[in-house]
Design a protein. Structure first.
Length: 296
């Protein structure tokens, strides 16, 4: 009986001590996913574990980069994921251009999943809601949805799969492997109907490749041909906007403004009107006057 009383008393004392410690030193829950500021730091932290690393490349002006931070990476599921399953690195691509070039970052946000040696497993470009975002990386860890997986599926498919070809083309595009991307976009065109949506998307991608290569005249013609062939709808709208974008990049401000203005008049209800108005405002804004030299 005394022994039982002693044990009970000890248990009560331990419980009181635990409660006291909990009150004095509360454990703060994380409000965002923990992250490292360099790949080296993440590699050192995950050494000896089975964790992969996800590198988030962002810019300060990227809307979807901010949304990813303020919606997905504050979600409790994402916080737990980057505590327990993978490590997260955040890199400003405009400040660390060496890392951005190393991984051929072409759009934002770009999230590159790598092994502990820094070798790419696959990547996600753009924004996804939390559930899809996390599932993408869990699938990549299992080899599902990676470029190698898609290539194997294309190689063993009984019939042509144009949607699969588009996925493969996009994978190559965002890795900076333009030649391979163009080959797969062309497969999409060759296996489809001239005016179906996948053909239109593939033709837009090919025209954009000409723009990226600074072959501006060829790019303008390609986009104009798409707009003419598709006449209306999202493919035609995208093509007409791109004509203005290419003229802007070429340095022909007058033609760029004319294209954006023509788009607004032709598609007044389009969601892209705001973008075109913004472009016109930037292109026609008077340059800011230079400050006078106070010494003279």
């Amino acid at each position: 009986m005394p022994r039982i009383l002693l044990t009970t008393a000890l248990a009560i004392a331990v419980l009181a001590l635990v409660m006291s410690c909990s009150e004095d030193e509360p454990t703060e829950a994380l409000t965002e996913a923990p992250y490292f500021e360099s790949l080296d730091a993440a590699q050192a932290a995950v050494a000896g574990t089975d964790k992969e690393i996800v590198i988030k490349f962002y810019t300060d002006w990227c809307k979807w980069c901010t949304t990813l931070d303020t919606v997905v990476l504050v979600d409790s599921a994402a916080i737990e994921f980057f505590q327990d399953e993978m490590a997260l690195v955040k890199i400003n691509a405009e400040e660390d251009t060496v890392m951005a070039e190393r991984y051929s970052v072409r759009g934002f946000p770009t999230l590159v999943m790598v092994d502990q040696e820094g070798i790419e497993i696959d990547r996600l470009v753009g924004y996804l809601p939390t559930g899809e975002f996390l599932q993408t990386f869990r699938d990549y860890r299992e080899g599902i949805g990676t470029l190698d997986d898609l290539l194997h599926r294309a190689d063993t498919a009984a019939t042509p799969d144009r949607e699969l070809y588009m996925e493969i083309a996009d994978k190559y595009k965002y890795r900076g492997e333009g030649k391979e991307a163009l080959n797969w976009f062309q497969k999409v065109i060759d296996e489809g109907e001239p005016l179906d949506s996948l053909t239109g998307e593939a033709r837009l991608a090919l025209a954009d490749a000409l723009r990226s290569a600074e072959q501006y005249d060829q790019s303008v013609k390609a986009f104009e041909d798409i707009a003419r062939d598709f006449k209306s709808g999202s493919i035609a709208e995208d093509a007409e906007i791109w004509v203005g974008v290419v003229h802007r990049q070429k340095g022909d401000t007058a033609k760029a403004v004319a294209c954006f203005q023509a788009f607004i008049e032709k598609y007044p209800e389009s969601e892209a009107v705001e973008y075109c108005e913004g472009q016109i405002k930037k292109l026609t804004a008077a340059p800011e006057p230079e400050e006078a030299d106070s010494g003279h």
